[in-house]
Design a protein around this ligand. Structure first.
Ligand SMILES: NC(=O)c1ccc[n+]([C@@H]2O[C@H](COP(=O)([O-])OP(=O)(O)OC[C@H]3O[C@@H](n4cnc5c(N)ncnc54)[C@H](OP(=O)(O)O)[C@@H]3O)[C@@H](O)[C@H]2O)c1
Length: 288
């Protein structure tokens, strides 16, 4: 972090953020919140013209860069432009992502590969481009965009959950690799949030064998009242709390619904380990 006083006066430093998927939903709310407290933001998105209003308002502190996270070269160029403009990167929000809805079998190979390209390989592109900067600084905070579907899943969200579980797995390893280098890591795990996520969902072709499971879930999600979806601004507030913390969480659930579902999934895993302990432990016999 730089030592310049924040415009808000609530902190003694100004951070530089590097936020993917920054023009919509949670990314936009986070960008707005960071700008609101006087920070600098590099806004990465495929259509940055959607951000021109805020860019005009905060011209000195916003860098708009058209970037598809699937394009490693353009992510690398965005990092260099951020350094040229702001001199450092303090917070990387690996937020860009989308969902595929349908049974695991229903999602086509193209749909499965497309969601991994953005939600997993896009995250890796951003990590490879930004980590050398954070390592050199010996500081920084990585915000890894996960979901409660990174901890639990139900019919219809298999492809989405597969990508978020992948991000969680690599992040569980990453945190220990970069902690000695002064870099903090937080998995952001939102519950249902009122963004463009559902309208951007890629829906798989359907098979009637999944009417009782996948289509039931689809109907249930469609019937959720507006109140079931949290405001992205509240998610941004929670993320700021984690970024400001001396000891940020590795996992930050945003919303009680996310926390409830994650807790139930964790408890079910513990219970099953206990139920099967005898069979599990009987395996502990050295090979003859
Ligand atoms: N909303 C929820 O209920 C919820 C719950 C759990 C987790 N999440 C996670 O939260 C994150 C943000 O989603 P959101 O809810 O804010 O949805 P959103 O409003 O649809 O925003 C997603 C953002 O990601 C960008 N994006 C998608 N593919 C991209 C690519 N290949 N390259 C660059 N940008 C790309 C989109 O840009 P374009 O405008 O160019 O498409 C958009 O700005 C996602 O990782 C999502 O999985 C959301």
């Amino acid at each position: 972090m730089t030592s310049t006083a924040a415009a808000t006066g609530t902190r003694s430093t100004v951070r530089t953020w590097f936020i993917t998927g920054a023009t919509s939903g949670i990314g936009r709310a986070l960008t707005t919140a960071a700008l609101g407290r006087g920070d600098n933001v590099t806004v990465l998105a495929r259509r940055t013209e959607q951000f021109s209003d805020l860019a005009t308002e905060h011209a000195e502190r916003v860098l708009l860069i058209d970037t598809d996270v699937r394009d490693a070269e353009s992510v690398g160029a965005a990092v260099q432009r951020t350094l040229d403009r702001f001199g450092r990167i303090d917070v990387v929000a690996n937020n860009a992502g989308f969902g595929v809805f349908g049974a695991v079998e229903e999602a086509s190979d193209a749909q499965a590969r497309a969601i991994f390209d953005t939600n997993v390989f896009g995250v890796l592109n951003v990590l490879r481009a930004t980590l050398p900067v954070l390592r050199k600084q010996r500081s920084g905070h990585l915000l890894q965009g996960s979901s409660y579907y990174g901890q639990t899943a139900h019919p219809g969200v298999g492809m989405l959950a597969a990508t978020k579980y992948a991000v969680e797995g690599l992040t569980d390893a990453l945190v220990g690799e970069v902690a000695p280098l002064g870099i903090k890591v937080t998995l952001v795990e939102p519950g249902p949030t009122a963004t463009a996520f559902l309208s951007n969902l890629d829906v798989a072709a359907t098979d009637s064998d999944y009417d009782q499971t996948v289509r039931e879930v689809q109907r249930a999600i469609g019937a959720l009242p507006a109140e079931a979806f949290n405001a992205p601004e509240r998610v941004a507030t929670a993320i700021l709390a984690a970024v400001d913390a001396e000891q940020p969480p590795l996992r930050l659930a945003t919303g009680s619904a996310a926390a409830r579902d994650m807790r139930a999934a964790l408890q079910a895993r513990l219970d099953e380990l206990d139920t099967w302990a005898e069979v599990t432990n009987a395996v502990d016999t050295p090979a003859a």
